[in-house]
Structures are given as structure tokens and as C-alpha cells.
Design a protein around this ligand. Structure first.
Ligand code: ADP
Ligand code: MG
Length: 694
């Protein structure tokens, strides 16, 4: 690592970005590429050939020997297979070659990726196709080409394809609305995303001593440390040297890859940190977030640290999420969620706001399912994480505006009785007062919505597909109505007012943790889906199937395949956690406690021989013996239950959720009770205070 780096110089230096393309491609080819991006058409072969050649020359100058089609299968992480550029020259030597065909399309044995039944095993081939809207880059001596991944029959096997489809849809429908407001310049509306990433850093040597961390990414055991986060001394606190060296290295690596790493700070929990990049298009933010997670892990290892991306590595301590800041921007530079200065702009803003509010209300379950996972089940609703009930927080000012629209009373001027949309000016809506309700799942923060339910390890593709698609649907409904209106202003007034009135139940400014909210939400008829297995059946409801197929985001079979994969992933995770729990309890905790008991018993015998009292030791031995019996019994029950997991994916998931998870939690509770009365020297692995306060 260079101590003095020139950021503008290194930024994007490992990316074959627009500037590099302009420099290295002939003007005709460069224009042809731009044309393809703007129109969404495919690249002619001669253009692809020239781009491939230029990419190869550039990449080999940067030390690349291989290229890889980089894709995002439905596992939620990325996949790559590397091919070298070598071609035999015929005289025993090789030359380096890379053709347009190799750039544009690849073939990959897809049989080991989850397909949810989309790809029969006899047709195990999967294909990758370059996404020319995402730039290629060099990393670890390979040229990485961001690609879409699909089956022989053209079904999407990845997360990028539906994301791109949803971005096209929301753009198309947003433009219909813009045209009605007299905007004839905008050609493209881009869903923009800034994903704040939370993570934990632990010393590698301590991590290595815990099987649960190594196999599941979270602690399956651990009594709370005497100190937690109650002193609030970690949030935004000074960053310790070891961590700040890591962060500096991370920034440099991300900048080289053209990732706009902007903010870094300590988070609420001890050892917890956050990094946020500057927002970009949803597609590029999604690629970037995958790289961020990968590089965080690798970079931590370099600094003898381990980066945990799990949603809830420690019980009773804040979990890690991903705040997904989302907005819509025009190619003319306007943010469609920015309240404007003129009545006309305000009216347009209110239309987009109303569409969003209606969309969240109509499709709560879809949004909820987009963040459902085994890890997030442990995070949502506890320690600073938003609750599982979806609601929208507008902040006091905007909330008052919406209420005045609903009630027909005037917000600013008591003389006038109604706020006339498109005629009156909105009161100014301050940006900063809106962000502080941490219990809100979806908060309006000035000019964007912050979706805070995402788990820290998940791909941001799913939630953004949901946001884009929902928005596309509502905008399309609005456009259908407004395009037919004889009196546009009157229809606008009615539409916005009716929409807010019909969907005000989704608006909530209060404390999302309170029991009163749970009761109130129930009264309002809002969904309260506490776990993945409660939520997922709603994912493939008729309503959602209709939504995604209508907009061409997924075919019905693509959509159902994702549901299958989701459920399977859930079951596999719980299965690994359960087996690790039993293994650690039987082979590490029980023997350790038993050794301690035996030594105590020896001491008791020795003390008794001397006629000393041994009340404390005797009491401890009794408690420890009782506790180990309980632990042993809990383990037997867990292992027994693991023998009868049903086959069908939904039944299996339900079984894991309702039978295995409680048994696993029982083992943990018994072990944690033993930890509190066992000599620390005997305890077989580092405790919460060792890990969190290293
Ligand atoms: P905080 O949430 O900590 O107050 P900010 O609101 O400044 O911080 O930004 C958080 C994230 O939101 C950053 O990734 C930022 O780039 C992103 N962001 C800012 N404006 C927008 C926008 N219009 N659309 C999408 N993301 C945005
Ligand atoms: Mg934020």
C-alpha cells in the first residue's frame, strides 16, 4: 500500500471505463458502443471484435493473463471461471488472443448452480452474455467481464437479468408520467442506488478458534459480555489503528476498481463498522456491492482480521444491515423524488411520492420477501434494526403535507381551505430532520427512500427489482388514468388525494419497536410476517406473479424457481447451523465442563480431607452436572429431530423453522448458562468479551 496515493489518478485505473474506451477505441467503434447502450441493441460482431482486442491489450498491460465472464447466480454471490488468453502459435509458442465472440458470449457448465428446477440436468449448459452497460475491469490478473447468466431456453438464471429488466420498466413508465408534465427531453430514467454496507471485523486468531464463526459466519453460542453497546461509545467513535489501516487499504482497492467509496465510520456495536459508496445506477451499485463484500473479506485477511457480513453475528448486539438508498433520476439530471420549487414540479413530485406510497402498501409482502433470510430473521425487529412490519416514514413536514392533502385542509395558509396540487407551492421540506427514525423500514430522507431492512450479506438485486417493479406498476396505473383525463389538473388533484387517502395506513412516523405499533399495524391490516417461512408463501401469490409477469421481469417459472431456491437456501443454512451447534456442544462444551467438574470434585475431596468447607465447589459441581445433563439432553433431541426432515422444500423450511430452530436455541441457552459458571480457562473457545473487546 502506498502511503501517499493520488486518488484522482488511481480512481478507476483498473476499469475499462468510458474514458479508456474513448482513448483506446476508434471513434466509430466508440460511437457504436454508445449507440448500443442507449438503444439497448446488441453489438455488431466487428464492433465487438475491436472492443475485445482493445480490452485485451489494455488488460495484459495491467498484468492480466486470463479473462472471466463474471456473473451473479441465484446464490446471491458472484461466480467466475477463468480462461487464459493463450492460443498456440503453431511453432511451440503462444500468442494472446481475445475475440469479440469470447467477449460477448460464454458457455458455462451450470449444473452446480441452483436453478430451482429451471434447468433440467440433461441440459446443464448455462450461457453468459456481456452486459455492455457495466464496465469490464482487471482484478487478480484477470479481465472481468460483467455478464448475464441464462439457460439454453433463455430463462434468467441470475440476479442481473431481472434487475436490468426492472430498470427498463420503471424507466418506461416514469417517462410516460414525465411526458404528461411536458418533459419531452428525458430519454431514460435511472433507478439510482447507494447501498451502505455494515460489517464486523474480528481478529483472525480468535475467529479461527470458533467453529461456529468459521462454518456459519455467526456465533451459535455465547453468553452476553458484561458490557454491550449501552454506553454508546462506539458509534462514530475514533477508529482504532488496525481498523483504519484496513479501511485505507480497502478504499484504495475499491477506488482502483472505480467504486465510489465515500464514507467510513464505526457503527453502534463494538467491532462494527460501515462503508458507503456514492450512489450510482442500480445495476452498477449491485455489481459494486458484490465487489465491496468480496474485497472487504480479502482485505481483512491481509490485515489479520476477519470480516463478518452475517446479519446477526452476535446475539443481543446490533446486527448488520444494508441501507439501500433508492431514487429515480432522469438523464437530464433531475431527481424525481426532489420536491421542486414551482407548483408544477411539486405536483410531479407528489405523483411520484403517491405512486411509491401506494406501491409499498399494495406490495408489502413482495418487499418483505425480498429481504427474508435465515440471517435476517435474527436481525429484524431487534437492536436498532427495523421491524418486520413494512411502513413508510415521511418525516414530520412531508407527513403534514400529505395529511393536509387527505383532509383537504391547508398546510401553510389557514385562509385557503385546500392545498391545490399543481397550483400551490409546497412548503419547503428540510432534508436533515427526516433520517433519525432508525426503526423505520422505509424512510424518506429528503430526495430518496432508504430501505433499511436488507441484510448485510444479501445481494441488493432482489430488493431493487422489487422497488423498481412496484414503482413501474403504480406509475403505469397513474399514466393510464392521467393520459385519458380531459381536465389534467383536476384529475391530478383527485388522483393524488385519493391515493394518499386510500393508502395512509402504510404511513407511520412513530416507534416501530413498540408493542402498540404491532397492535395498531394489525388493526390497519398491515402484514406482520415474522420469519422467512411465514413470509415466503406470499412471495408467489397470484398478485405478485401477475405483477412480475405483466412487466416481463420474470416468467412465471423464473419467479417460482427463485422461491424454491430461497426456501432451499434457508433450509440448508439452518441445517448447517444445527449440525454445528450439536457438534460444538457435544465435542467441545460438554468435555470442557466435564473436565472442570472433575477437577472441582478432586478439590472437594482434597479439601474435605483437610476438614475445610467446600460449599462453593459443591454447589458449582451440582449446578454444572445438572446443566450438562440438560445440555446433553437438548443435543440428543436436536440430533433426533434432524433425522426426520421432510423432502418437499416448503415443508422442510417450515420444519427447520418450527422444529429445528427452537431446539437449536435450547441447546444454546443451556450452554450459555454453563458458560457463566465455568472457569474461563476451561472454556473451549473465545467468549463474547474476548471477541467484541479484543
Ligand atoms: P446518511 O444516510 O448516513 O445520512 P446520506 O443520506 O448522505 O447519508 O447517504 C447515504 C447513501 O445514500 C449514500 O450512498 C449516498 O450516495 C446515497 N444517496 C444520496 N442521494 C441519493 C439519491 N438521490 N439516490 C440514491 N442514493 C442516494
Ligand atoms: Mg443512511
Amino acid at each position: 500500500m502506498n502511503p501517499t496515493i493520488n486518488v484522482p489518478e488511481i480512481f478507476g485505473s483498473d476499469v475499462f471505463n468510458e474514458a479508456t474506451m474513448k482513448q483506446r477505441l476508434s471513434p466509430e467503434v466508440y460511437c457504436a458502443w454508445k449507440q448500443c447502450i442507449q438503444t439497448g441493441s446488441s453489438l455488431p460482431l466487428d464492433v465487438a471484435n475491436e472492443i475485445a482486442e482493445a480490452m485485451k491489450v489494455w488488460a495484459t498491460e495491467k498484468g492480466a493473463t486470463h479473462y472471466t465472464h463474471w456473473f451473479q447466480p441465484m446464490t446471491g454471490i458472484t461466480a467466475e471461471k477463468h480462461d487464459s488468453f493463450i492460443v498456440p502459435a503453431g511453432d511451440g509458442r503462444v500468442i494472446m488472443e481475445f475475440s469479440g465472440k469470447e467477449l460477448v458470449r460464454g458457455e458455462s457448465d451450470a449444473s452446480s448452480f441452483p436453478s430451482g428446477g429451471l434447468r433440467a440436468t440433461f441440459e446443464a449448459r448455462g450461457y453468459t452474455a456481456w452486459d455492455p452497460t457495466a464496465f469490464a475491469f482487471v482484478k487478480d490478473n484477470s479481465l472481468y467481464i460483467p455478464t448475464c447468466f441464462f439457460s439454453y431456453t433463455g430463462e434468467a438464471l441470475d440476479k442481473k437479468t431481472p434487475l436490468l429488466r426492472s430498470m427498463d420498466e420503471v424507466s418506461r413508465e416514469a417517462i410516460r408520467i414525465l411526458r404528461l408534465f411536458g418533459d419531452h427531453e428525458t430519454k431514460r430514467v435511472t433507478a439510482s442506488v447507494g447501498a451502505e454496507q455494515e460489517y464486523f471485523l474480528l481478529p483472525k486468531d480468535l475467529y479461527a478458534q470458533r467453529e461456529d464463526l468459521r462454518l456459519t459466519g455467526r456465533t451459535l453460542f455465547g453468553a452476553p459480555a458484561p458490557k454491550g453497546e449501552e454506553l454508546e461509545d462506539h458509534y462514530f467513535g475514533t477508529i482504532r489503528t488496525r481498523v483504519s489501516t484496513f479501511m485505507k487499504d480497502l478504499d484504495e482497492q475499491l477506488w482502483r476498481l472505480g467504486i465510489l467509496s465515500k464514507t467510513k465510520h464505526n457503527e453502534v456495536a463494538p467491532c462494527q463498522h460501515e462503508m458507503a459508496p456514492i450512489y450510482s445506477s442500480a445495476n452498477s451499485a449491485c455489481d459494486a456491492n458484490q465487489l465491496i463484500m468480496e474485497i472487504m473479506k480479502k482485505c481483512a485477511a491481509k490485515h489479520n482480521l476477519v470480516c463478518l457480513l452475517h446479519e446477526k453475528p452476535f446475539a443481543c448486539v446490533s446486527g448488520s444491515g444494508k441501507h439501500n438508498n433508492w431514487s429515480l433520476a432522469t438523464d437530464t439530471g433531475k431527481n424525481l423524488f426532489s420536491p421542486g420549487k414551482t407548483p408544477r414540479q411539486n405536483a410531479q413530485f407528489l405523483v411520484f411520492l403517491a405512486a411509491f406510497v401506494k406501491g409499498v402498501d399494495d406490495y408489502q409482502d413482495f418487499l418483505r420477501c425480498s429481504v427474508a433470510s435465515a440471517g435476517n430473521d435474527r436481525r429484524l425487529g431487534a437492536n436498532e434494526a427495523p421491524p418486520v412490519i413494512i411502513s413508510v416514514y415521511l418525516g414530520d413536514e412531508l407527513h403534514a403535507v400529505v395529511e393536509s392533502i387527505i383532509s383537504g385542509s391547508n398546510y401553510t395558509d389557514p385562509e385557503k381551505s385546500v392545498m391545490r396540487i399543481g397550483v400551490d407551492v409546497l412548503p419547503s421540506i428540510p432534508k436533515d430532520t427526516t433520517d433519525r427514525n432508525r426503526t423505520s423500514p422505509l424512510a424518506f430522507t429528503g430526495n430518496k427512500f432508504e430501505f433499511r431492512m436488507l441484510g448485510s450479506s444479501q445481494s441488493i438485486a432482489g430488493p431493487n427489482i422489487a422497488l423498481n417493479t412496484i414503482m413501474a406498476e403504480e406509475l403505469s396505473q397513474f399514466a393510464d388514468i392521467l393520459e385519458k383525463a380531459d381536465d389534467f389538473d383536476a384529475m391530478l388533484q383527485k388522483l393524488v388525494c385519493d391515493t394518499f387517502t386510500a393508502h395512509q395506513r402504510i404511513l407511520f412516523n412513530g416507534n416501530g419497536y413498540s408493542e402498540e405499533w404491532r397492535t395498531e399495524a394489525q388493526r390497519r391490516g398491515l402484514s406482520d410476517l415474522r420469519t422467512t417461512t411465514e413470509a415466503m408463501p406470499r412471495y408467489v401469490s397470484d398478485k405478485n406473479v401477475e405483477l412480475v409477469t405483466k412487466h416481463g421481469i420474470f416468467t412465471e417459472s423464473e419467479f417460482r424457481a427463485r422461491n424454491e431456491i430461497h426456501l432451499e437456501a434457508y433450509s440448508k443454512i439452518i441445517n448447517i447451523e444445527a449440525k454445528t451447534t450439536a457438534d460444538m456442544a457435544i465435542r467441545q462444551i460438554l468435555p470442557a465442563v466435564s473436565r472442570y467438574c472433575a477437577d472441582l470434585a478432586k478439590n472437594i475431596a482434597a479439601k474435605k480431607a483437610l476438614g475445610c468447607s467446600c460449599k462453593a465447589e459443591s454447589d458449582l459441581v451440582a449446578k454444572l452436572s445438572c446443566g450438562t445433563d440438560q445440555l446433553y439432553d437438548d443435543c440428543l433431541q436436536l440430533n433426533e429431530a434432524l433425522k426426520s426432515v421432510p423432502c418437499e422444500s416448503i415443508d422442510a423450511a417450515n420444519y427447520f423453522s418450527h422444529v429445528i430452530v427452537p431446539k437449536m436455541d435450547a441447546v444454546r441457552a443451556s450452554a450459555d448458562r454453563l458458560e457463566l459458571i465455568t472457569d474461563k480457562d476451561y472454556w473451549p473457545f473465545p467468549t463474547y468479551s474476548d471477541l467484541l473487546f479484543y
